[in-house]
Write a protein that binds this ligand. Sequence first.
Ligand SMILES: N[C@H](CCC[C@H](N)C(=O)O)C(=O)O
Length: 284
Amino acid sequence: MSTTAEFFFKYHGLGNDFIVLDCRQGGTDIDAKFSQWLCDRRRGVGADGVLSLLPSDTALARMVVHNSDGSIAEMCGNGLRCAVKYLVDHSGEKPERIEVETGAGILTCMPGYGTDGVAEVEISMGPARLIAPNLPSGATGQPFLGEAVPGHSGLRGYAINMGNPHLVLLDQPLEDASRLGPVLERHPDFPERTNVEFVRVTEEGLAAVVWERGCGLTEACGTGACAAAVAAVLARRLPADAWLRVTLPGGDLHIRVPSDLSDVRLRGPVSFVFTGVVPDLPGR
Ligand SMILES: N[C@H](CCC[C@H](N)C(=O)O)C(=O)O
C-alpha cells in the first residue's frame, strides 16, 4: 500500500536518518513492505526508518515510527527531533514549543533556531519506566538493574523503557555491539525484542554504541542515549539533575535525568538532507 503523501523529506539526527511522510491530509499510513522498500539503501531512498505524520485530535500530529525492517516502534528520539524540524519549518512560524502525539504519549518539543530553520530540538521525553514484565524481576514488579542477563551470566544489564524497550550494558566493550547486539535484541525475555546499548562511563559522561531493534547498528539513538544515561544515574556513576554528554558514533547528544526519573530530557542537532517524489512501490 502506498501512502497519501506525495513527497518524502529526508532528515538525520547525528547520522540516524529518517524519511518523513506527511500523511495528515489523506490520513493513510504505509505498510511494512513499503517502509522496508523506502529504507532500502540500494533499491529505495535509504534510511534507518520512516516517520509517518498522521492527523491527531490532541497534538500538531501523530508520529508513527517504522523501523527499516518494517516493524513499528513506540517511540524514536532522533526521529521526533527530525519530525519537529519538518513540522515547524513547513509551518511558516517559529513556535517556542510544539506537541506531538507518540507511542510514548504526547511529548513537548522545544525547537532551537539557526540560519536555516530548526537547528536543534530539546524533547521532554517523559518518564523512564523500569519494569520489564518478562524478566525474572518483572514477575515480582521489581526493576531489573545491574542484574545478570538470563542465559548470559557474564553480562549485567539495566532494563529501561523510554516508550520503547532498552537493555543497557554498562562497562561492556562498545566493540561487542555487532556480535552481541543481534543476540540480545531477540532475548526471549523481551517478547517485543529490545534495543541494546553498549556503554562506557567517561569523564564527561558516556560513550555508547547502540544495536537498535529493527535496524541494527545506527550512528546514534535518542531513546538509547536516554536509557544509557538513566542506567548510569541509577548506578550512581553519573549525577542526576545535570546535563550529561552521551557520545555516539555520529556525535554528541545531551541528556538530563531528573532524580525521580519523571521527565527525561533529550537535546541534539537535526538536519534536512533532501526531498523527493514518493513513487508507487515497484512491482505492486
Ligand atoms: N529502533 C527503535 C526505534 C528508533 C529509536 C532510535 N532511532 C531513537 O532515536 O530513539 C525501536 O525499535 O525501539
